[in-house]
Write a protein that binds this ligand. Sequence first.
Ligand SMILES: [Zn+2]
Length: 427
Amino acid sequence: MAHTAKPTRENRTITVDFHDEATYFALLSDGKAFVEFVLAFIFSLGFQLTHKSTCNGGSGLTRHSHYARVRLGGLSIWRMQCTSCKAVFTVLPHFILRYRKMRPDAARDALLATHGGLSIELCATICHISPMALYRLICALGQYSLVNVLVKSHLPLPAYILADEQHSKCLTERVYLPTIVSGRVIWHLGYSDAKSAGAFTESYGQFQRAALAHEPSYQVRGALTDGFDSTVSSLRTVFPKARLGFCLRHALNKLPDKLVGVSASVRQGLRSQFHALLHRCRQRTSLRMVALGQRLRHFAKRIDATMGEAHGERVRHWFGAKKAGWYAVLADPKMPAMSTVLDQAHNAIDRKLFAMKGLHHPGGSQAAFLTGLAHLHNLIPYQCRALNAGKCGVEVEGGRVPTSDWILNLQLLTSGGYRYTPEPPHH
Ligand SMILES: [Zn+2]
């Protein structure tokens, strides 16, 4: 079956929750009531329709709308047109997935199963769908940028970010997934077959462009990385004004590597001392960077004295290369200090890619597929025993999802016909 996934014209489909199918079919016979229902629903979400740029939008659709009925697979679908800009909006009832034969309930089960780490084969067996249908569904969700969906969920663009690349495999090729996380939410999950600064710059630049399209004055204030050269120089290019910090936990884990030939227990002891040192500097309310500089010097001297100057020199050299990044973490109290949540996101995505590996192939649409997985990561609520049980990542970070039903939220937030409405200023 030929499958053309990507429409070239602007997608102005909107999903509308009609509560149940009976309500939808009843409204179909009454155009005026139908339009009123749709407008009331859009109003209740706090969204606006994406009119053409020349149109002031407004609520002109209420009275002046033209509507037409078409049939899709035996089901009547309404289209509504704005009389001033002629933008056409296709109204999809909530029980239909755009371009899919799959019902949202089947999609819900299959997406949950793959999100939970179940293999594609098991998902297919349990949910009575084809593995390819599931793969294509995730790719279709991934047509919408993460920034778009997150902004529609009322999350502000992140001032502080964690950035790093997940190493993965596409068949036998090594590939890299440049990722931007803020708290529990993935803002960017890219795909690159090179680990050069140029490749990462291109990927992180995609996030930057999407963010600037939403807010032209957007600037990242601080970014935390593990200090890998290509990551650092790509972030410096994309976010020239951001403070670039290095993850402190990463530093802790690297210290023992600098003490080759020293017994494991001694290295472990030094790691604890280093941990205490970093912790005490972070606890301080003033002169944090001065304190860190002093303590690093003392720490290296102690290694000179106890383990010999060769070790002291190696550690001092390492401090020299990394301390600017640690200073950056301490210089701004709002800077994230550790990339734990980013590692967690990477582990979760990695498990999914492993479960999906049969479909992770060179000819696939990796970018769309990964973005689709990231939407699931952000919008599927945590399971009942988790810390934030019942909430999704977006909610944990203070965002707002339109309804209590995550699959409906996914449909609404990836509806190309909706656009974000800024909150009116409070007085
Ligand atoms: Zn218009």
